[in-house]
Design a protein. Structure first.
Length: 310
């Protein structure tokens, strides 16, 4: 039963009842059916944002709205037009209609195994991952990625201040050298970790309780913090959240790493963290700023607060 867009008259009440729509709604449709969608320009801007980076198609309503606001600020600073940004709920409706929403995947669990005989360090963070300045508190963890030629183990160390990944190492095993190399990279590229005697938190995996890892912590003057007990995933929630985001955005439904050689997967992961994550990815925890931008603004604010010499 159809009305052919109103060309067939009569029995309208019957048709509306059969199709479970109101007569007012039907006449409103006839009135507006040829009008352009009011959010067509906004949807086009969303498409541009998603096309800007490979992993931007994982943006939800919150990060998409932040990305739109940043694009709007950039455009208007150049004197260019940009559509008004509606509320977050409207952004979601526009995304849904434009087919830009994506269902999140399950966050992976940690894979490290505790060494029951090893001495444990105190939990200095107690699930408080906030930091007032860079290089004050850091978190570290290990995950695995199945490849064509075996399992690839990925270790990272991230700054709690802005979620920047400071250290990253990958290997075909998860011996203590893996986390040691992550620490070495982080300290070599960010000497502030030594200056601030930063806290580095991890779970109770045997890699983190090893003599090798602790020797390097002492060498760099870095304080170790660990989960209160084995299996307390919330004690290292920050690191596990970063790993979960990485797998959801880069791997799940995008790359079948089981059909890819390990060296190719290494390159993929390195570019994701060192290029996209640190420098371009919208981070809601940073007020929408990528980690590098938040850190730069922090230091710019310090410089502007210093009185100029007369």
């Amino acid at each position: 039963m159809k009305t052919k867009d109103g060309n067939i008259t009569g029995k309208t009440a019957f048709y509306c009842e059969a199709l479970k729509v109101t007569r007012q709604g039907f006449y409103k449709y006839l009135k507006n059916r040829n009008k352009p969608w009011k959010y067509a320009e906004l949807a086009a801007k969303m498409q541009e944002i998603i096309a800007g980076d490979e992993c931007n198609d994982t943006y939800g309503r919150e990060r998409m709205r932040i990305a739109l606001l940043l694009k709007q600020e950039e455009a208007r600073s150049k004197g260019e037009d940009f559509p008004d940004i509606p509320s977050e709920s409207t952004v979601y409706r526009v995304m849904s209609r434009a087919g830009l929403t994506k269902k999140p995947n399950k966050t992976p669990n940690s894979i490290t195994k505790a060494d029951k005989a090893a001495q444990k360090s105190e939990n200095l963070l107690n699930q408080d991952f906030t930091a007032g300045k860079p290089y004050e508190k850091c978190v570290s963890d290990i995950t695995e990625v199945a490849c064509m030629d075996g399992k690839l183990y990925v270790s990272l160390l991230a700054d709690c201040f802005d979620n920047e990944v400071l250290g990253l190492s990958m290997a075909d095993n998860m011996r203590a050298e893996l986390v040691r190399d992550t620490l070495i990279m982080a300290v070599r590229q960010h000497q502030e970790l030594r200056i601030n005697r930063a806290i580095v938190h991890s779970d109770r995996g045997s890699q983190y309780t090893s003599d090798l890892y602790r020797r390097y912590l002492n060498k760099y003057g870095i304080t170790q913090s660990m989960n209160s007990a084995a299996g307390r995933c919330h004690d290292n929630a920050k690191a596990e959240s970063i790993i979960g985001r990485f797998k959801e955005e880069l791997l799940c439904g995008r790359y079948d790493t089981r059909k890819m050689p390990m060296e190719s997967v290494k390159t993929l992961i390195w570019r994701y963290f060192m290029g996209y994550w640190n420098n371009r990815r919208i981070c809601s925890a940073n007020g929408g700023l990528p980690p590098a931008i938040k850190k730069r603004r922090y230091y710019e604010q310090i410089l502007t607060s210093i009185p100029r010499a007369l």
